[in-house]
Write a protein that binds this ligand. Structure first.
Ligand code: ZN
Ligand code: ZN
Length: 773
C-alpha cells in the first residue's frame, strides 16, 4: 500500500472535476479524498501503487470535457494513519495563494437541452436547468474556490430531490453548484418598467413575454451576462421601433435563431460557422445572408447594407424556451443605452430601459460580473476565425498563458475605445471580457468593478503595471493610480507596438526559444498616440533582436476637430483631398453647409493641425467618396460597407496580379495616401463601378505590404489592429503573402482590435527583454 499527493491546476473548478475523480477512485479501488482549493484540486490517493498510477493517468488522459489541466504534481507521501476507509469529497480549502483558471460561462449542454423538452423529465420547461457541464460560472462567482456559498446561487437552498442528485455519485448533477429545479426554483417573473409584477410563475411569464414579442413589443430579458433586448426580427416596424428607442439608427443587431436549421433558411453557413454557432461558448457568429431570407427576416432593418447577419443559438434554457415558442428569429442585443455597458441589475434595468423595453423578464438571481455576448466571424477563403468581441464563454481565461516566471505579477490596463485589461499572476494569464468604451462613466465603473473583482479573487498585487502611452486614457490614469497605491512600477507601451506584441506573443515569439526571423508588423487601426506626438494608425513596424522599430506608415494628413473626424467620414475625405482643390470641390462641397465648407478650408489652410496616419480614417474617407456615408452612426460603419461591396466584387474572382492603384512613396518612404485618394476620386468622377474601386482599394494595402516586405527582405509578416476585423482584407493579405512565400501571422485567440492591447502590453517585457520580475 502506498499514498500519493496529487495536485492539479488549470481550469478544474466548475467543470465536474471532483465528481469524476471520485468515480475514478471507485473504479481503481483508491481511498482518500479530493478537495477544491484556491490553487486547484488536491487529491490524497491511497492504494496499490499500480492502481494509483492508473487512477492518475485516467485523470490526466480523460478529464471532464470542460477541464483544462495546465500543471499537475504527483508525489509519494507517507501512508496516513488511520488509512481512509473510502474515497470522498472533502471540504474546500480557502487558504493558500489563489492560482486557478477561472471557468467561463458555459452555454447549455445537449443533455440539459433534452431534459428541457422532455415532458416526463422533472425539469421540463424549467428555465434555469444546468448541470456540471453547463451553465453560468464566471458571471456568478464572488470568490474562489468555486463552491455554491461563494456564488450567486448561495441564497437558493436545494430541495430534497436536488440535494439527493447533488450527493449521488452516479448523477450528472453530483456536486453541481448551480443545481436547482422547479421545486427549489430561481423565480422568473414579468414586470413593467416600474418593477411591478405583471405575471409570475415561469411558464406564464414566458407565455406572456412571447405574446408581447408576437405583438411587436420589446422585451428585456435578464440572461447570463446581463439584460438582452428581444424583439421579433421578422417585423420591420418592431426592429425600427427598437432602433428609434435605442437611438441606434443603423448598427447591425445580433439575432437569436431557434436552431441551426432555422438559421440555414436565411444564411449560408459553412462547417466552421456551424460548429461555432453550436459550440458550448455559443457566440454570435457572422454569416452570409441569402439574397432572399426564407424566414421573412427583416434583413434591411436588422443589418442594413452588410450582406451579413450575426446569429447565435439559445444558449440558456430561458432563451431556448422563448425561441422554441415563437419559432422566428429574434433581435437579441445587449440592453444598454447607447455607448454604455450591458445592464445587469433589475433595478437599473427598470430605471434605464423604461423608455426602450415594454416589459421585463426578470429573475431573482444576481449577476456578479456582467458580460456581453462574444462575436466572431470566419474569413471566406482562409477559414480563419476572427474575434470581433471576446467576452461571454471565453473570458477571463486565456490559454496558453504567457511564459512569464511564476513569481512575475503584472497588470496591463489596455486601451480606451474597446477596453479590456490583462493580468499575469502565478503563471496564469487572464484577459478580461470586452469592457466597452471608457468615454462613458458607466463603462468606467464596470471596468473598475471587473478589475477589482479579479484582483480580489486572485488576491494579487501586481508588481508592474503596463499602460498605453496616452496619458489621458481612463485606463492609463487608473493604472497610474493603482501603481501609486501599491508602490508598483509603471511601464508605458506605445499603442501599435502593443498590438504587434500581442500578435507576436500569440504566435510564439514570447516563448523561451522564439523564432529568430525578423517580423514586419502591419498594424492598421483608428487611433493610437505615437512616439512623435502624432496620431498613428497605419503603421509598418519591424520586430528584430528584441526591438521594435517604425519602418513606414501612411503619409500624414491633418486631423480635423479631433474625435469629430472619427464620426464624420466627410471630414476625412476633405482632409485627404484638400490639396486637389477642384476634385474636392466637385465631390465634397455638397456634403457641407455654406458655413461649414469655408470654415474647414480655413482650418486646413492654417496648417497647424495635429497629423494622423490613421488607416481607419482612410477607410472612412474612401467609403465617403464611394457614396457609402458622410456621417457615421457607429464606429467602422464605412469600412464595413466598403468591405461588403468589395466582397461582392471579389466573389468568385482570382487574385489579380496588379492593382488599379499604384503604391506611391513619399520622399520619406511613407505610402502616399493623398495620391491614392486622388486616384480613387478621379475614378469616382469617371463613373467607375464603386464595387471595383472598393476591391482595388483593399488590394492596395496588400501591394503596399508586399512592396515594403520585399524591400527589406522580411519573410514573416504579422497583422493586427481593428482594421483586420475586415475578413476580406485578411483573406487578401493571406493570399498575397503566401504567393510571395511570406509567412503570415494572424491573431487566433484574441481580437485584432483594441481588446487585444492589454495582452500585448503584458507580453511586451518578454519580447523586449525589459524584465521587472
Ligand atoms: Zn447541462
Ligand atoms: Zn430542486
Amino acid at each position: 500500500m502506498a499514498a500519493f499527493s496529487i495536485h492539479i491546476q488549470g481550469q478544474v473548478q466548475g467543470v465536474g472535476f471532483r465528481p469524476l475523480v471520485l468515480l475514478y477512485a471507485v473504479r481503481y479501488g483508491i481511498s482518500g479524498w479530493v478537495s477544491n482549493g484556491v490553487n486547484g484540486v488536491q487529491i490524497l490517493a491511497v492504494g496499490s501503487p499500480a492502481k494509483i498510477a492508473e487512477f492518475y493517468n485516467a485523470i490526466l488522459q480523460q478529464p471532464p470535457q470542460r477541464a483544462i489541466i495546465t500543471r499537475s504534481v504527483f508525489k509519494e507521501i507517507p501512508v496516513p494513519h488511520p488509512v481512509p476507509a473510502q474515497f470522498n469529497i472533502a471540504e474546500s480549502k480557502s487558504e493558500g495563494v489563489p492560482n486557478l483558471l477561472i471557468t467561463p460561462d458555459l452555454g447549455m449542454c445537449a443533455k440539459c437541452r433534452g431534459e428541457l423538452q422532455n415532458y416526463h423529465n422533472r425539469r421540463y420547461r424549467y428555465p434555469f436547468t444546468t448541470c456540471t457541464q453547463c451553465g453560468p460560472r464566471y458571471s456568478i462567482m464572488y470568490a474562489l474556490p468555486y463552491d455554491r456559498e461563494s456564488t450567486a446561487m448561495h441564497p437558493f437552498a436545494m430541495c430534497a430531490r436536488c440535494r439527493s442528485e447533488y450527493n449521488n455519485t452516479r448523477n450528472r448533477r453530483f456536486y453541481s453548484q448551480t443545481n436547482s429545479c422547479p421545486i427549489c426554483a430561481i423565480s422568473l417573473y414579468l414586470t413593467n418598467a416600474a418593477g411591478s409584477i405583471l405575471q409570475s410563475g415561469a411558464s406564464a411569464a414566458i407565455e406572456q413575454a412571447v405574446q408581447c414579442l408576437q405583438n411587436g413589443q420589446i422585451v428585456a430579458v435578464k440572461g447570463i451576462g446581463g439584460f438582452l433586448l428581444l424583439t421579433d426580427a421578422t417585423q420591420p416596424e418592431a426592429v425600427n421601433r427598437l432602433r428609434q428607442r435605442k437611438n441606434r439608427p443603423s448598427k447591425p443587431f445580433a439575432l437569436l435563431y431557434p436552431n441551426l436549421s432555422a438559421l440555414r433558411l436565411d444564411a449560408r453557413v459553412s462547417a466552421a460557422e456551424a460548429a461555432a454557432f453550436l459550440s458550448i461558448e455559443s457566440p454570435v457568429v457572422l454569416v452570409n445572408l441569402l439574397p432572399t431570407p426564407n424566414s421573412k427576416l427583416a434583413a434591411a432593418a436588422v443589418a442594413p447594407n452588410l450582406g451579413k447577419i450575426g446569429a447565435m443559438q439559445p444558449y440558456t434554457p430561458l432563451l431556448a424556451l422563448i425561441s422554441e415558442q415563437i419559432q422566428v428569429p429574434l433581435v437579441a442585443t445587449s440592453a444598454n443605452t447607447s455607448g454604455s455597458p450591458i445592464i445587469y441589475q433589475n433595478e437599473t434595468a427598470w430605471n434605464e430601459l423604461g423608455h426602450i423595453a415594454d416589459v421585463f423578464l426578470c429573475n431573482n438571481r444576481n449577476i456578479v460580473i456582467p458580460q456581453d455576448d462574444s462575436v466572431l466571424q470566419f474569413t471566406t477563403a482562409g477559414k480563419r476565425r476572427i474575434f470581433l468581441r471576446r467576452s461571454r464563454g471565453f473570458a477571463p481565461t486565456l490559454l496558453p498563458p504567457l511564459p512569464h516566471a511564476e513569481s512575475f505579477s503584472g497588470l496591463a490596463m489596455g486601451a480606451h475605445m474597446k477596453s479590456a485589461f490583462a493580468f499575469q499572476h502565478a503563471g496564469n494569464t487572464y484577459l478580461s471580457q470586452y469592457l466597452g468604451n471608457l468615454e462613458s462613466w458607466e463603462a468606467q465603473q464596470t471596468y473598475r468593478l471587473t478589475l477589482q473583482h479579479l484582483k480580489t479573487m486572485l488576491n494579487a498585487q501586481p508588481g508592474t503595471i503596463y499602460t498605453d502611452l496616452h496619458p489621458d486614457y481612463f485606463a492609463t490614469r487608473t493604472g497610474i493610480e493603482i501603481a501609486a497605491q501599491s508602490n508598483a512600477a509603471t511601464v508605458a507601451v506605445q499603442h501599435h507596438e502593443a498590438h504587434f506584441a500581442a500578435v507576436l506573443a500569440e504566435n510564439g515569439y514570447a516563448n523561451p526559444n522564439p523564432p529568430k526571423e525578423p517580423v514586419l508588423g502591419v498594424i492598421l487601426d483608428g487611433t493610437g498616440l505615437g512616439t512623435d506626438g502624432q496620431v498613428w494608425g497605419g503603421e509598418l513596424l519591424a520586430y528584430r533582436a528584441g526591438k521594435f522599430e517604425r519602418m513606414g506608415h501612411l503619409s500624414y494628413f491633418p486631423v480635423l476637430l479631433g474625435n469629430k473626424m472619427a464620426r464624420e467620414p466627410r471630414l476625412c475625405a476633405l482632409s485627404l483631398l484638400y490639396s486637389h482643390t477642384e476634385t474636392a470641390q466637385q465631390l465634397l462641397q455638397s456634403k457641407f453647409s455654406a458655413v461649414e465648407w469655408p470654415y474647414y478650408l480655413r482650418l486646413l489652410a492654417a496648417g497647424n493641425l495635429l497629423q494622423t496616419s490613421s488607416a481607419g480614417r482612410l477607410f472612412d474617407a474612401v467609403g465617403c467618396l464611394l457614396g457609402l456615408g458622410d456621417l457615421m452612426s457607429y464606429e467602422g460603419q464605412n469600412a464595413m460597407y466598403a468591405e461588403a461591396i468589395a466582397a461582392r466584387y471579389a466573389h468568385g474572382r482570382r487574385l489579380p496580379a496588379t492593382c488599379r492603384y499604384k503604391v506611391v512613396f513619399t520622399p520619406s518612404g511613407c505610402a502616399d495616401v493623398q495620391q491614392l485618394v486622388a486616384a480613387i476620386a478621379a475614378d469616382v468622377l469617371n463613373g467607375v463601378q464603386p464595387e471595383l474601386i472598393a476591391f482595388h482599394f483593399h488590394l492596395w494595402w496588400c501591394h503596399w505590404v508586399k512592396h515594403v516586405a520585399g524591400l527589406h527582405g522580411f519573410r514573416t509578416v504579422a497583422f493586427s489592429g481593428g482594421v483586420f476585423q475586415n475578413a476580406l482584407l485578411a483573406d487578401l493579405m493571406e493570399k498575397m503573402t503566401r504567393k510571395h512565400h511570406i509567412q503570415p501571422l494572424f491573431h487566433r485567440l484574441l481580437s485584432p482590435n483594441d481588446e487585444g492591447i492589454a495582452y500585448g502590453q503584458l507580453a511586451y517585457p518578454l519580447l523586449t527583454g525589459n524584465f521587472t520580475a
